[in-house]
Design a protein around this ligand. Structure first.
Ligand code: SAM
Length: 252
């Protein structure tokens, strides 16, 4: 039986499975890593197409069946761990991995932030998430759902929402629509963030009090001189500032 605490909603609609595998699009030589393989809905088609795959699955009860299903199909490496504890940079071994998965929705934001910590070791990612989360990831300044997740994701990655997946494609059906998104990490040289921790801190503080002006929300974080140097108005609220503005403010 699926475990709610592990966000287990298993895909069963073959058309969506095929569309997701096509979006992942593994090419010869790619090192592909799937997060949360579950009962293998994506794992087996990926393995059939690509021959080899690494999966990260936390649920002990799923590991044995996965190994049995995969054995006749291809080479499956199973990492039985919490993905948040997996050093993706080490896993990439000096190269860059392709990450994919129908993520457990209860920890989708922590997983996304974890991938940002390892963005330099990731070629691209194709994830299924709650549609509402994908909307936030891709949102532009001024949008109601533009926030910390939008700024952090867009600072480090190109965000490409792909398509929506209805609840009926899963068992059990989740209560919400889902969506598939591709994230392509940007070249660290072009991002221009001088200090990642400082950037994260400024963005968190700005959106922590999103209805206040930045002058008030960032009272202890940015000086008037820093606003001036960054060309960001302290009278604005966080939702009005674009990603480049936050980068300049954190760098100032
Ligand atoms: N990929 C499968 C599918 O599409 O049918 C399963 C997707 S299900 C939404 C999420 C999967 O992530 C489950 O198999 C669950 O056990 C696993 N999972 C949950 N928390 C995890 C964690 N912290 N680390 C790794 N896997 C996790």
């Amino acid at each position: 039986t699926p475990k709610k605490s592990l966000g287990q909603n298993f895909l069963h609609d073959a058309r969506y499975i095929e569309r997701i595998v096509q979006a992942i699009d593994p090419r010869p030589g790619d090192r592909v890593v799937e997060i949360g393989p579950g009962q293998g809905a994506l794992t087996l088609p990926l393995l059939r197409r690509h021959g080899a795959l690494t999966v990260i699955e936390f649920d002990r009860d799923l590991v044995g069946p996965l190994a049995d299903m995969a054995a006749p199909v291809g080479q499956l490496e199973i990492i039985h761990r919490d993905v948040l504890q997996v050093d993706l940079t080490a896993l990439a071994g000096g190269g860059r991995i392709k990450l994919a998965g129908n993520l457990p929705y209860n920890i989708s934001s922590p997983i996304l932030f974890h991938t940002l910590d390892h963005a330099a070791a990731i070629r691209d990612m194709v994830f299924m998430l709650q549609k509402e989360v994908v909307d936030r990831m891709g949102a532009a300044p001024g949008s109601k759902v533009y926030g910390r997740l939008s700024v952090m994701l867009q600072a480090y990655c190109q965000v490409q929402p792909l398509f929506v997946v209805p609840p009926g494609a899963f068992r059990p059906a989740p209560k919400v629509d889902s969506a598939v998104v591709r994230l392509v990490p940007r070249d660290p040289a072009t991002i221009g963030i001088a200090d990642r921790d400082r950037f994260a801190h400024v963005v968190r503080a700005a959106f922590g009090q999103r209805r206040k002006t930045l002058r008030n929300a960032l009272r202890d974080v940015c000086t008037p001189e820093q606003f001036e140097a960054a060309g960001v108005s302290a009278d604005d609220r966080a939702e009005q500032v674009d990603v480049a503005g936050f980068v300049r403010l954190a760098n100032a």
